[in-house]
Design a protein around this ligand. Structure first.
Ligand SMILES: Cc1cc2nc3c(=O)[nH]c(=O)nc-3n(C[C@H](O)[C@H](O)[C@H](O)COP(=O)(O)OP(=O)(O)OC[C@H]3O[C@@H](n4cnc5c(N)ncnc54)[C@H](O)[C@@H]3O)c2cc1C
Length: 494
Protein backbone atom coordinates (compact mmCIF):
# COMPACT_ATOMS: atom_id res chain seq x y z
CA UNK A 1 0.00 0.00 0.00
CA UNK A 2 1.30 3.40 -0.82
CA UNK A 3 -0.81 6.41 0.05
CA UNK A 4 1.25 8.96 -1.75
CA UNK A 5 1.75 7.43 -5.16
CA UNK A 6 -1.91 6.68 -5.25
CA UNK A 7 -1.64 2.99 -5.99
CA UNK A 8 -3.82 1.18 -3.52
CA UNK A 9 -3.39 -2.03 -1.58
CA UNK A 10 -4.43 -5.27 -3.14
CA UNK A 11 -4.27 -4.02 -6.70
CA UNK A 12 -1.53 -4.65 -9.22
CA UNK A 13 0.90 -1.77 -9.49
CA UNK A 14 1.08 -0.09 -12.87
CA UNK A 15 4.54 0.01 -14.33
CA UNK A 16 5.58 2.14 -17.28
CA UNK A 17 5.31 -0.91 -19.52
CA UNK A 18 1.90 -2.15 -18.33
CA UNK A 19 -0.71 -1.88 -21.06
CA UNK A 20 -4.23 -2.00 -19.64
CA UNK A 21 -7.13 -3.18 -21.73
CA UNK A 22 -9.19 -0.24 -20.45
CA UNK A 23 -8.43 2.87 -18.41
CA UNK A 24 -11.43 4.66 -16.93
CA UNK A 25 -10.70 8.34 -16.27
CA UNK A 26 -12.62 9.62 -13.24
CA UNK A 27 -13.22 7.77 -9.96
CA UNK A 28 -16.56 9.37 -9.16
CA UNK A 29 -19.72 7.29 -9.04
CA UNK A 30 -19.92 6.97 -12.81
CA UNK A 31 -16.28 6.01 -13.42
CA UNK A 32 -16.23 3.64 -10.45
CA UNK A 33 -19.40 1.93 -11.69
CA UNK A 34 -17.94 1.62 -15.19
CA UNK A 35 -14.64 0.18 -13.92
CA UNK A 36 -16.53 -2.30 -11.74
CA UNK A 37 -18.69 -3.39 -14.66
CA UNK A 38 -15.76 -3.77 -17.08
CA UNK A 39 -13.91 -5.82 -14.47
CA UNK A 40 -16.68 -8.40 -14.69
CA UNK A 41 -15.10 -9.38 -18.02
CA UNK A 42 -11.69 -10.85 -18.85
CA UNK A 43 -10.06 -7.43 -19.04
CA UNK A 44 -7.28 -5.60 -17.21
CA UNK A 45 -8.83 -2.35 -16.05
CA UNK A 46 -7.44 0.75 -14.33
CA UNK A 47 -9.49 3.43 -12.61
CA UNK A 48 -7.62 6.71 -12.68
CA UNK A 49 -8.25 10.05 -11.02
CA UNK A 50 -6.49 13.38 -10.65
CA UNK A 51 -7.33 13.48 -6.93
CA UNK A 52 -5.90 11.57 -4.01
CA UNK A 53 -9.14 9.72 -3.24
CA UNK A 54 -12.13 8.22 -4.99
CA UNK A 55 -15.43 10.10 -4.82
CA UNK A 56 -13.87 13.48 -4.18
CA UNK A 57 -15.59 15.32 -7.07
CA UNK A 58 -19.28 16.04 -7.66
CA UNK A 59 -20.18 12.63 -6.29
CA UNK A 60 -19.40 13.73 -2.74
CA UNK A 61 -21.62 16.82 -2.69
CA UNK A 62 -25.12 16.30 -4.01
CA UNK A 63 -28.64 16.02 -2.63
CA UNK A 64 -28.38 12.23 -2.26
CA UNK A 65 -31.79 11.35 -3.65
CA UNK A 66 -32.36 8.02 -5.32
CA UNK A 67 -34.60 9.24 -8.13
CA UNK A 68 -37.36 7.21 -9.73
CA UNK A 69 -36.92 9.34 -12.84
CA UNK A 70 -40.59 10.39 -12.75
CA UNK A 71 -39.76 13.92 -13.94
CA UNK A 72 -37.08 13.18 -16.56
CA UNK A 73 -37.69 14.15 -20.16
CA UNK A 74 -39.48 11.12 -21.63
CA UNK A 75 -37.64 9.32 -24.40
CA UNK A 76 -34.19 10.54 -23.40
CA UNK A 77 -31.27 8.33 -22.52
CA UNK A 78 -31.26 10.02 -19.11
CA UNK A 79 -34.87 8.99 -18.49
CA UNK A 80 -34.09 5.37 -19.36
CA UNK A 81 -30.86 5.14 -17.36
CA UNK A 82 -32.26 6.89 -14.27
CA UNK A 83 -35.23 4.51 -14.26
CA UNK A 84 -32.94 1.48 -14.65
CA UNK A 85 -30.37 2.92 -12.25
CA UNK A 86 -33.01 3.34 -9.55
CA UNK A 87 -33.61 -0.42 -9.49
CA UNK A 88 -29.97 -1.40 -9.98
CA UNK A 89 -28.74 0.84 -7.16
CA UNK A 90 -31.60 -0.29 -4.90
CA UNK A 91 -30.56 -3.93 -5.36
CA UNK A 92 -26.87 -3.12 -5.03
CA UNK A 93 -27.50 -1.14 -1.85
CA UNK A 94 -29.16 -4.18 -0.30
CA UNK A 95 -26.25 -6.42 -1.21
CA UNK A 96 -23.53 -4.05 -0.02
CA UNK A 97 -25.18 -2.24 2.89
CA UNK A 98 -25.38 1.22 1.30
CA UNK A 99 -27.99 2.98 3.48
CA UNK A 100 -31.24 3.81 1.71
CA UNK A 101 -34.46 5.11 3.26
CA UNK A 102 -37.72 4.74 1.39
CA UNK A 103 -39.17 8.05 2.50
CA UNK A 104 -41.18 8.91 -0.61
CA UNK A 105 -41.62 12.46 -1.85
CA UNK A 106 -44.38 15.01 -2.21
CA UNK A 107 -44.18 17.59 -4.95
CA UNK A 108 -45.83 20.66 -3.51
CA UNK A 109 -47.81 23.25 -5.51
CA UNK A 110 -47.86 26.77 -4.07
CA UNK A 111 -49.43 28.66 -6.97
CA UNK A 112 -52.36 28.06 -9.32
CA UNK A 113 -49.88 27.60 -12.13
CA UNK A 114 -48.01 24.90 -10.21
CA UNK A 115 -51.28 23.23 -9.23
CA UNK A 116 -52.29 23.23 -12.89
CA UNK A 117 -48.98 21.58 -13.79
CA UNK A 118 -49.56 18.54 -11.57
CA UNK A 119 -51.71 16.48 -13.99
CA UNK A 120 -49.09 17.03 -16.69
CA UNK A 121 -46.36 15.88 -14.31
CA UNK A 122 -48.36 12.81 -13.48
CA UNK A 123 -48.76 12.02 -17.14
CA UNK A 124 -45.06 12.67 -17.71
CA UNK A 125 -44.20 10.26 -14.90
CA UNK A 126 -46.30 7.61 -16.64
CA UNK A 127 -44.46 8.23 -19.90
CA UNK A 128 -41.28 7.67 -17.91
CA UNK A 129 -42.63 4.29 -16.83
CA UNK A 130 -43.57 5.39 -13.32
CA UNK A 131 -47.29 5.05 -12.55
CA UNK A 132 -47.44 5.36 -8.76
CA UNK A 133 -47.84 9.13 -8.44
CA UNK A 134 -51.06 10.49 -7.02
CA UNK A 135 -52.49 13.99 -6.95
CA UNK A 136 -53.57 15.00 -3.44
CA UNK A 137 -55.36 18.06 -2.09
CA UNK A 138 -53.86 20.59 0.30
CA UNK A 139 -55.42 18.94 3.39
CA UNK A 140 -53.70 15.67 2.52
CA UNK A 141 -50.40 17.47 1.87
CA UNK A 142 -50.60 19.03 5.35
CA UNK A 143 -51.58 15.71 6.87
CA UNK A 144 -48.42 14.15 5.45
CA UNK A 145 -46.20 17.18 6.05
CA UNK A 146 -47.74 19.23 8.90
CA UNK A 147 -44.82 21.64 9.17
CA UNK A 148 -45.08 23.06 5.68
CA UNK A 149 -45.64 26.81 5.48
CA UNK A 150 -49.02 28.35 4.74
CA UNK A 151 -50.45 28.48 1.25
CA UNK A 152 -50.10 24.92 -0.08
CA UNK A 153 -52.67 24.31 -2.82
CA UNK A 154 -52.07 20.63 -3.52
CA UNK A 155 -49.44 18.06 -4.27
CA UNK A 156 -48.28 15.05 -6.20
CA UNK A 157 -46.96 12.05 -4.27
CA UNK A 158 -44.00 10.06 -5.56
CA UNK A 159 -43.93 7.19 -3.07
CA UNK A 160 -40.71 5.57 -4.31
CA UNK A 161 -38.33 8.55 -4.25
CA UNK A 162 -35.74 7.64 -1.63
CA UNK A 163 -32.68 8.95 0.14
CA UNK A 164 -29.31 7.26 -0.08
CA UNK A 165 -25.71 7.72 1.07
CA UNK A 166 -23.76 9.04 -1.90
CA UNK A 167 -20.39 8.57 -0.16
CA UNK A 168 -20.95 4.88 0.51
CA UNK A 169 -22.30 4.39 -3.00
CA UNK A 170 -19.11 5.73 -4.57
CA UNK A 171 -16.87 3.88 -2.15
CA UNK A 172 -18.75 0.58 -2.56
CA UNK A 173 -18.48 0.73 -6.35
CA UNK A 174 -14.76 1.60 -6.23
CA UNK A 175 -14.05 -1.02 -3.55
CA UNK A 176 -15.96 -3.60 -5.56
CA UNK A 177 -13.95 -2.63 -8.64
CA UNK A 178 -10.68 -3.06 -6.72
CA UNK A 179 -11.94 -6.39 -5.35
CA UNK A 180 -12.48 -7.49 -8.94
CA UNK A 181 -8.86 -6.65 -9.73
CA UNK A 182 -9.07 -3.07 -10.99
CA UNK A 183 -5.87 -1.06 -10.51
CA UNK A 184 -6.57 2.25 -8.80
CA UNK A 185 -4.33 5.07 -9.98
CA UNK A 186 -4.82 8.23 -7.94
CA UNK A 187 -3.06 11.61 -8.11
CA UNK A 188 -2.84 11.33 -11.89
CA UNK A 189 -4.40 14.16 -13.84
CA UNK A 190 -4.60 13.28 -17.52
CA UNK A 191 -2.91 16.06 -19.48
CA UNK A 192 -2.72 14.61 -22.98
CA UNK A 193 -3.44 11.43 -24.92
CA UNK A 194 -1.22 10.01 -27.63
CA UNK A 195 -2.53 7.48 -30.12
CA UNK A 196 0.14 4.93 -31.04
CA UNK A 197 -2.29 2.90 -33.16
CA UNK A 198 -3.72 0.13 -31.01
CA UNK A 199 -2.43 1.69 -27.80
CA UNK A 200 -3.10 5.06 -26.25
CA UNK A 201 -0.57 6.66 -23.95
CA UNK A 202 -2.15 8.87 -21.33
CA UNK A 203 0.38 11.45 -20.21
CA UNK A 204 -0.54 12.22 -16.61
CA UNK A 205 0.78 14.42 -13.83
CA UNK A 206 2.53 11.31 -12.40
CA UNK A 207 3.83 9.52 -15.46
CA UNK A 208 2.45 7.73 -18.48
CA UNK A 209 -0.29 5.12 -18.48
CA UNK A 210 -0.71 2.82 -21.50
CA UNK A 211 -4.03 1.38 -22.51
CA UNK A 212 -5.91 -0.09 -25.42
CA UNK A 213 -9.24 1.56 -24.60
CA UNK A 214 -10.21 4.67 -22.64
CA UNK A 215 -13.52 5.54 -20.98
CA UNK A 216 -13.81 9.22 -20.17
CA UNK A 217 -15.94 9.64 -17.02
CA UNK A 218 -14.20 12.82 -15.94
CA UNK A 219 -17.36 14.68 -14.84
CA UNK A 220 -16.64 18.41 -14.84
CA UNK A 221 -13.48 17.74 -16.88
CA UNK A 222 -15.09 15.40 -19.43
CA UNK A 223 -15.19 18.00 -22.24
CA UNK A 224 -11.51 18.85 -21.71
CA UNK A 225 -10.53 15.17 -21.82
CA UNK A 226 -12.79 14.70 -24.85
CA UNK A 227 -10.78 17.31 -26.74
CA UNK A 228 -7.59 15.35 -26.01
CA UNK A 229 -9.15 12.63 -28.19
CA UNK A 230 -9.79 15.01 -31.07
CA UNK A 231 -13.45 15.81 -30.39
CA UNK A 232 -15.17 19.14 -29.94
CA UNK A 233 -18.79 18.30 -29.26
CA UNK A 234 -19.80 19.82 -25.94
CA UNK A 235 -18.83 22.25 -23.20
CA UNK A 236 -19.32 21.69 -19.50
CA UNK A 237 -20.68 24.57 -17.45
CA UNK A 238 -20.24 24.07 -13.72
CA UNK A 239 -23.69 24.70 -12.23
CA UNK A 240 -23.25 25.27 -8.52
CA UNK A 241 -25.79 23.91 -6.09
CA UNK A 242 -25.48 25.21 -2.53
CA UNK A 243 -27.14 23.40 0.36
CA UNK A 244 -27.80 24.00 4.03
CA UNK A 245 -27.62 21.06 6.46
CA UNK A 246 -29.88 21.37 9.51
CA UNK A 247 -29.26 19.74 12.85
CA UNK A 248 -30.71 16.35 13.70
CA UNK A 249 -33.28 17.97 15.99
CA UNK A 250 -34.95 19.20 12.78
CA UNK A 251 -35.45 15.69 11.44
CA UNK A 252 -38.94 15.11 12.96
CA UNK A 253 -40.19 18.08 10.91
CA UNK A 254 -39.46 16.33 7.64
CA UNK A 255 -40.59 12.76 7.09
CA UNK A 256 -40.49 12.89 3.28
CA UNK A 257 -38.65 14.62 0.48
CA UNK A 258 -40.44 17.89 -0.26
CA UNK A 259 -40.03 18.73 -3.91
CA UNK A 260 -40.90 21.90 -5.79
CA UNK A 261 -42.65 21.84 -9.14
CA UNK A 262 -39.62 21.63 -11.51
CA UNK A 263 -38.70 24.37 -13.94
CA UNK A 264 -36.43 24.54 -16.98
CA UNK A 265 -33.54 25.51 -14.63
CA UNK A 266 -33.66 22.22 -12.85
CA UNK A 267 -35.39 20.48 -10.03
CA UNK A 268 -35.52 23.63 -7.84
CA UNK A 269 -35.13 23.99 -4.08
CA UNK A 270 -36.18 21.01 -2.00
CA UNK A 271 -36.20 19.97 1.62
CA UNK A 272 -35.03 16.47 2.29
CA UNK A 273 -34.16 14.24 5.20
CA UNK A 274 -30.73 12.63 4.99
CA UNK A 275 -29.76 9.08 5.88
CA UNK A 276 -27.56 10.56 8.63
CA UNK A 277 -30.60 12.02 10.38
CA UNK A 278 -30.24 15.65 9.26
CA UNK A 279 -32.36 17.81 6.99
CA UNK A 280 -31.17 19.45 3.76
CA UNK A 281 -32.43 22.68 2.22
CA UNK A 282 -31.28 23.38 -1.32
CA UNK A 283 -29.80 23.27 -3.87
CA UNK A 284 -29.37 26.56 -5.71
CA UNK A 285 -28.60 26.53 -9.43
CA UNK A 286 -26.00 29.05 -10.52
CA UNK A 287 -23.82 28.80 -13.63
CA UNK A 288 -20.15 29.51 -12.91
CA UNK A 289 -16.97 29.67 -14.93
CA UNK A 290 -14.58 28.26 -12.34
CA UNK A 291 -14.87 24.45 -12.26
CA UNK A 292 -13.31 24.28 -8.83
CA UNK A 293 -15.49 26.83 -7.01
CA UNK A 294 -17.26 24.63 -4.49
CA UNK A 295 -17.44 27.37 -1.86
CA UNK A 296 -20.81 28.58 -0.63
CA UNK A 297 -21.84 32.22 -1.08
CA UNK A 298 -23.73 34.78 0.97
CA UNK A 299 -26.09 35.33 -1.95
CA UNK A 300 -26.82 31.63 -2.29
CA UNK A 301 -27.50 31.17 1.39
CA UNK A 302 -29.75 34.25 1.52
CA UNK A 303 -31.71 32.83 -1.40
CA UNK A 304 -32.12 29.50 0.37
CA UNK A 305 -33.18 31.16 3.62
CA UNK A 306 -35.89 33.11 1.77
CA UNK A 307 -37.11 29.93 0.05
CA UNK A 308 -37.00 27.98 3.31
CA UNK A 309 -39.01 30.65 5.11
CA UNK A 310 -41.81 30.12 2.65
CA UNK A 311 -41.56 26.33 2.47
CA UNK A 312 -41.17 25.54 6.16
CA UNK A 313 -40.72 28.41 8.64
CA UNK A 314 -40.28 25.93 11.52
CA UNK A 315 -37.16 24.56 9.84
CA UNK A 316 -35.55 28.00 9.77
CA UNK A 317 -35.75 28.13 13.56
CA UNK A 318 -33.56 25.04 13.81
CA UNK A 319 -29.76 25.11 14.07
CA UNK A 320 -27.64 24.91 10.94
CA UNK A 321 -24.93 22.25 11.17
CA UNK A 322 -23.10 22.95 7.92
CA UNK A 323 -23.35 24.35 4.42
CA UNK A 324 -21.79 22.93 1.27
CA UNK A 325 -21.89 23.23 -2.48
CA UNK A 326 -21.54 20.80 -5.38
CA UNK A 327 -20.99 21.50 -9.06
CA UNK A 328 -23.25 19.84 -11.62
CA UNK A 329 -21.52 19.09 -14.90
CA UNK A 330 -24.20 20.95 -16.91
CA UNK A 331 -23.66 21.00 -20.65
CA UNK A 332 -25.01 22.53 -23.85
CA UNK A 333 -26.31 19.06 -24.77
CA UNK A 334 -29.86 18.33 -23.56
CA UNK A 335 -29.27 14.68 -22.65
CA UNK A 336 -26.53 12.41 -21.36
CA UNK A 337 -23.79 12.34 -23.99
CA UNK A 338 -22.48 8.78 -24.09
CA UNK A 339 -20.79 7.90 -27.36
CA UNK A 340 -18.08 5.54 -28.60
CA UNK A 341 -15.31 6.37 -31.03
CA UNK A 342 -14.23 2.93 -32.31
CA UNK A 343 -11.28 4.40 -34.25
CA UNK A 344 -9.74 5.85 -31.10
CA UNK A 345 -10.98 2.97 -28.90
CA UNK A 346 -12.58 5.57 -26.73
CA UNK A 347 -15.95 6.11 -25.00
CA UNK A 348 -17.20 9.47 -23.75
CA UNK A 349 -19.54 9.53 -20.75
CA UNK A 350 -20.45 13.22 -20.58
CA UNK A 351 -23.23 15.50 -19.44
CA UNK A 352 -24.15 13.46 -16.36
CA UNK A 353 -25.60 16.46 -14.56
CA UNK A 354 -28.03 16.01 -11.75
CA UNK A 355 -28.92 12.33 -11.77
CA UNK A 356 -25.59 10.47 -11.92
CA UNK A 357 -25.77 9.11 -8.39
CA UNK A 358 -28.97 7.25 -9.29
CA UNK A 359 -28.04 6.33 -12.84
CA UNK A 360 -24.37 5.36 -12.33
CA UNK A 361 -24.77 1.58 -12.40
CA UNK A 362 -27.13 1.74 -15.40
CA UNK A 363 -24.69 4.05 -17.19
CA UNK A 364 -22.01 1.41 -16.63
CA UNK A 365 -24.20 -1.27 -18.23
CA UNK A 366 -24.85 1.01 -21.19
CA UNK A 367 -21.15 1.83 -21.59
CA UNK A 368 -20.19 -1.85 -21.62
CA UNK A 369 -22.73 -2.57 -24.40
CA UNK A 370 -21.55 0.46 -26.37
CA UNK A 371 -17.89 -0.55 -26.04
CA UNK A 372 -18.68 -4.11 -27.09
CA UNK A 373 -20.49 -2.82 -30.20
CA UNK A 374 -17.47 -0.61 -30.90
CA UNK A 375 -15.07 -3.56 -30.83
CA UNK A 376 -14.01 -4.19 -27.22
CA UNK A 377 -14.09 -7.95 -26.68
CA UNK A 378 -16.13 -8.73 -23.55
CA UNK A 379 -15.81 -12.25 -22.17
CA UNK A 380 -17.61 -12.74 -18.85
CA UNK A 381 -15.53 -13.88 -15.90
CA UNK A 382 -16.52 -16.96 -13.97
CA UNK A 383 -14.63 -16.01 -10.81
CA UNK A 384 -16.21 -12.76 -9.68
CA UNK A 385 -15.86 -12.12 -5.95
CA UNK A 386 -18.87 -11.14 -3.85
CA UNK A 387 -19.38 -7.36 -3.54
CA UNK A 388 -18.04 -5.74 -0.38
CA UNK A 389 -20.21 -5.31 2.70
CA UNK A 390 -19.86 -1.61 3.53
CA UNK A 391 -19.80 -0.04 6.99
CA UNK A 392 -23.23 1.37 7.77
CA UNK A 393 -23.42 5.18 7.99
CA UNK A 394 -27.22 5.34 8.10
CA UNK A 395 -29.42 6.11 11.09
CA UNK A 396 -32.13 3.69 10.01
CA UNK A 397 -29.82 0.71 10.54
CA UNK A 398 -27.86 -0.34 13.63
CA UNK A 399 -24.60 1.52 14.10
CA UNK A 400 -21.64 -0.10 15.87
CA UNK A 401 -21.99 1.97 19.08
CA UNK A 402 -25.52 0.50 19.46
CA UNK A 403 -24.48 -3.11 18.97
CA UNK A 404 -23.71 -4.72 22.34
CA UNK A 405 -22.60 -8.05 20.86
CA UNK A 406 -20.23 -6.31 18.51
CA UNK A 407 -18.78 -4.20 21.30
CA UNK A 408 -18.33 -7.30 23.47
CA UNK A 409 -16.41 -8.97 20.65
CA UNK A 410 -14.34 -5.88 19.94
CA UNK A 411 -14.37 -3.03 22.49
CA UNK A 412 -13.05 -0.56 19.90
CA UNK A 413 -16.69 -0.30 18.75
CA UNK A 414 -17.61 0.90 22.21
CA UNK A 415 -15.05 3.69 22.22
CA UNK A 416 -16.76 6.74 20.77
CA UNK A 417 -14.36 9.31 19.34
CA UNK A 418 -16.84 11.61 17.52
CA UNK A 419 -19.66 12.25 19.98
CA UNK A 420 -21.95 14.25 17.69
CA UNK A 421 -22.11 11.46 15.11
CA UNK A 422 -21.30 8.62 17.53
CA UNK A 423 -18.38 7.33 15.49
CA UNK A 424 -16.20 4.77 17.23
CA UNK A 425 -12.49 4.06 17.16
CA UNK A 426 -13.31 0.67 15.68
CA UNK A 427 -14.93 2.25 12.63
CA UNK A 428 -12.00 4.57 12.11
CA UNK A 429 -9.58 1.66 12.36
CA UNK A 430 -11.70 -0.29 9.86
CA UNK A 431 -11.53 2.65 7.44
CA UNK A 432 -7.72 2.61 7.68
CA UNK A 433 -7.74 -1.13 7.02
CA UNK A 434 -10.18 -0.97 4.13
CA UNK A 435 -9.12 -1.68 0.52
CA UNK A 436 -9.28 2.05 -0.30
CA UNK A 437 -8.19 3.78 2.90
CA UNK A 438 -8.63 7.53 3.41
CA UNK A 439 -5.58 9.74 2.98
CA UNK A 440 -7.05 12.85 4.61
CA UNK A 441 -9.70 14.05 7.03
CA UNK A 442 -12.26 14.61 4.28
CA UNK A 443 -11.92 11.03 3.13
CA UNK A 444 -12.27 9.84 6.70
CA UNK A 445 -15.45 11.92 7.10
CA UNK A 446 -16.97 10.29 4.03
CA UNK A 447 -16.11 6.81 5.27
CA UNK A 448 -17.23 7.17 8.90
CA UNK A 449 -19.20 10.45 9.40
CA UNK A 450 -16.53 11.54 11.91
CA UNK A 451 -16.52 15.35 12.39
CA UNK A 452 -19.71 15.79 10.34
CA UNK A 453 -21.90 16.59 13.31
CA UNK A 454 -22.97 19.64 15.23
CA UNK A 455 -19.46 20.58 16.40
CA UNK A 456 -17.91 19.99 12.95
CA UNK A 457 -14.81 18.55 14.57
CA UNK A 458 -14.36 21.27 17.21
CA UNK A 459 -14.22 18.70 20.01
CA UNK A 460 -13.00 15.57 18.23
CA UNK A 461 -10.90 17.08 15.44
CA UNK A 462 -7.58 16.91 17.27
CA UNK A 463 -8.05 13.30 18.34
CA UNK A 464 -9.23 12.21 14.93
CA UNK A 465 -6.39 14.10 13.25
CA UNK A 466 -4.02 12.20 15.55
CA UNK A 467 -5.58 8.89 14.56
CA UNK A 468 -5.15 9.80 10.92
CA UNK A 469 -1.48 10.59 11.48
CA UNK A 470 -1.01 7.18 13.07
CA UNK A 471 -3.06 5.34 10.49
CA UNK A 472 -0.19 3.08 9.43
CA UNK A 473 0.33 1.89 12.99
CA UNK A 474 -3.42 1.49 13.58
CA UNK A 475 -3.88 -0.34 10.32
CA UNK A 476 -1.08 -2.78 10.99
CA UNK A 477 -1.97 -4.02 14.45
CA UNK A 478 -3.37 -3.49 17.92
CA UNK A 479 -3.38 0.11 19.04
CA UNK A 480 -4.25 1.83 22.30
CA UNK A 481 -6.58 4.30 20.62
CA UNK A 482 -8.70 1.60 19.06
CA UNK A 483 -9.18 -0.33 22.24
CA UNK A 484 -5.86 -2.17 22.21
CA UNK A 485 -7.33 -5.12 20.39
CA UNK A 486 -5.75 -7.10 17.63
CA UNK A 487 -7.33 -7.31 14.21
CA UNK A 488 -10.78 -8.94 14.36
CA UNK A 489 -11.68 -11.36 11.56
CA UNK A 490 -13.79 -9.71 8.89
CA UNK A 491 -16.80 -11.95 9.53
CA UNK A 492 -16.88 -10.90 13.14
CA UNK A 493 -16.87 -7.25 12.21
CA UNK A 494 -19.96 -7.49 10.05
C1 LIG B 1 -26.07 20.04 -6.00
C2 LIG B 1 -26.20 18.70 -6.65
C3 LIG B 1 -27.26 17.86 -6.34
C4 LIG B 1 -27.38 16.62 -6.93
N1 LIG B 1 -28.35 15.78 -6.50
C5 LIG B 1 -28.43 14.53 -7.01
C6 LIG B 1 -29.40 13.62 -6.52
O1 LIG B 1 -30.12 13.92 -5.57
N2 LIG B 1 -29.49 12.39 -7.09
C7 LIG B 1 -28.69 12.02 -8.13
O2 LIG B 1 -28.86 10.92 -8.65
N3 LIG B 1 -27.72 12.85 -8.60
C8 LIG B 1 -27.57 14.08 -8.05
N4 LIG B 1 -26.61 14.95 -8.50
C9 LIG B 1 -25.77 14.53 -9.60
C10 LIG B 1 -24.65 13.59 -9.22
O3 LIG B 1 -24.01 14.00 -8.04
C11 LIG B 1 -23.65 13.55 -10.38
O4 LIG B 1 -24.33 13.30 -11.60
C12 LIG B 1 -22.62 12.47 -10.17
O5 LIG B 1 -22.01 12.59 -8.92
C13 LIG B 1 -21.58 12.57 -11.27
O6 LIG B 1 -20.61 11.60 -11.04
P1 LIG B 1 -19.36 11.55 -11.98
O7 LIG B 1 -18.63 10.31 -11.64
O8 LIG B 1 -19.78 11.74 -13.40
O9 LIG B 1 -18.51 12.86 -11.63
P2 LIG B 1 -17.51 13.16 -10.44
O10 LIG B 1 -17.96 12.61 -9.16
O11 LIG B 1 -17.23 14.63 -10.48
O12 LIG B 1 -16.18 12.37 -10.85
C14 LIG B 1 -15.37 12.80 -11.92
C15 LIG B 1 -13.93 12.56 -11.54
O13 LIG B 1 -13.12 12.82 -12.68
C16 LIG B 1 -11.89 13.33 -12.21
N5 LIG B 1 -11.22 14.03 -13.32
C17 LIG B 1 -11.67 15.12 -13.99
N6 LIG B 1 -10.77 15.47 -14.93
C18 LIG B 1 -9.73 14.60 -14.84
C19 LIG B 1 -8.50 14.44 -15.55
N7 LIG B 1 -8.13 15.26 -16.53
N8 LIG B 1 -7.65 13.45 -15.17
C20 LIG B 1 -8.00 12.58 -14.16
N9 LIG B 1 -9.16 12.69 -13.47
C21 LIG B 1 -10.03 13.67 -13.81
C22 LIG B 1 -12.28 14.24 -11.07
O14 LIG B 1 -11.19 14.44 -10.19
C23 LIG B 1 -13.45 13.50 -10.43
O15 LIG B 1 -13.03 12.74 -9.33
C24 LIG B 1 -26.45 16.21 -7.92
C25 LIG B 1 -25.38 17.04 -8.25
C26 LIG B 1 -25.23 18.25 -7.60
C27 LIG B 1 -24.04 19.10 -7.90
Amino acid sequence: MNDTTGTTTGTPTATDTTVFDVVVIGAGIVGSAVARKLASYELSVALLDARDDVGDGTSKANTAILHTGFDATPGTLESRLVREGYHLLSDYAERTGIPVERTGAVLVAWTDEELGALPGLREKAERNGYDRTEIIDSAEVYRQLPHLGEGVLGGLTVPDESIVCTWTTNLALATDAVGRGVTLLLNRAVRSAEDLGGTTVLHTSSGDVNTRWVVNAAGLGADVVDRLFGHDRFTVTPRRGELVVYDKLARPLVSKIILPVPSSRGKGVLISPTVYGNVLLGPTAEDLVDRTDTGTSEKGLEFLMAKGERLMPDLLREEVTATYAGLRAASDHPDYLIEADPGRRYVLVGGIRSTGLTAGIAIAEYVADLARDAGLALVSREDLPEPPRMPNLGEAYPRPYQDAARIAADPAYGKVVCFCERVTAGEIRDAFRSPIPPVGLDGLRRRTRAMNGRCQGFYCGAEIGGLLERRGEIRDGGDESTGGHPRVPLEARR
